[in-house]
Design a protein around this ligand. Structure first.
Ligand code: SAM
Length: 220
């Protein structure tokens, strides 16, 4: 998979790209790259935004600036693959969408700033508008990292132990529910002990117990 992030702040991703699973993904041949929106703006003095039609506070990111960045990168705009504009008002990001995106050969993530993108970016340059939750961040960079992290850990080999991503919260294996509780040593911590079933060695019972705890969490 090839992921490009279009951003005004490529430096935000320096820490992210140093993380183990992100580096694992790159060793496996997946590519991660960052496109600086300001580098290709056709406007003077690196301008990328403008005042909103109709008035109001803040600045809006211009559609022609985003188009120029995409054309320089791909020779065409919109790009020839799935392109996600990050926005608080978009489709809520969830495990199902992460699984869907992990199957794509290429993704472009568009990070907004200020008041966000001119609506025509959403309508004509992106295939999807995605929100990581009902709150407002200062920019799309953290949202892009959330999306990339969730997508990349689903790529075979990235976690190093394949089962981890198959049976975890919200996965099909757990019927879409949160994961069951985990315990490790010590068995007795200040009087709080581990459920007996987990020490029984009876794998069918353990599996049933875990599924039931997971379903309970899903109902609450
Ligand atoms: N004026 C916008 C609103 O009220 O919906 C908020 C813009 S926000 C300050 C700037 C940028 O941060 C957005 O264009 C988007 O790219 C990103 N962003 C902020 N919150 C986000 C969220 N919950 N999910 C995805 N992206 C978000």
């Amino acid at each position: 998979m090839k992921i490009d992030v279009v951003t005004l702040f490529p430096g935000w991703f320096e820490w992210f790209t140093q993380q183990r699973h992100v580096q694992n993904a790159q060793v496996l041949g997946h590519e991660l790259d960052f496109v600086d929106l300001r580098a290709s703006t056709p406007l003077n003095a690196g301008q990328v935004d403008d005042t909103p039609y109709g008035g109001g506070a803040g600045m809006v990111m211009r559609v022609d600036v985003v188009e120029a960045a995409l054309r320089e990168r791909y020779g065409t705009a919109p790009p020839p693959h799935r392109t996600i504009a990050l926005s608080p008002g978009g489709r809520r990001f969830d495990d199902a969408l992460a699984t869907e995106l992990a199957a794509e050969p290429a993704l472009t993530l568009l990070c907004g700033r200020y008041e966000g993108f001119d609506e025509r970016v959403h309508e004509h340059l992106a295939t999807d508008v995605v929100s990581i939750g009902p709150y407002v961040l200062s920019g799309g960079e953290l949202a892009a990292m959330v999306v990339m992290d969730a997508v990349m850990r689903k790529l075979p080999g990235v976690l190093g132990h394949e089962d981890s991503a198959l049976e975890e919260s919200f996965s099909e294996a757990l019927e879409g529910a949160p994961e069951y509780p985990h315990y490790t040593r010590p068995f007795d911590w200040r009087g709080h002990t581990v459920p007996d079933v987990l020490l029984s060695g009876d794998h069918a019972r353990i599996r049933e117990w875990r599924l039931e705890r997971s379903r309970e969490r899903g109902r609450s």
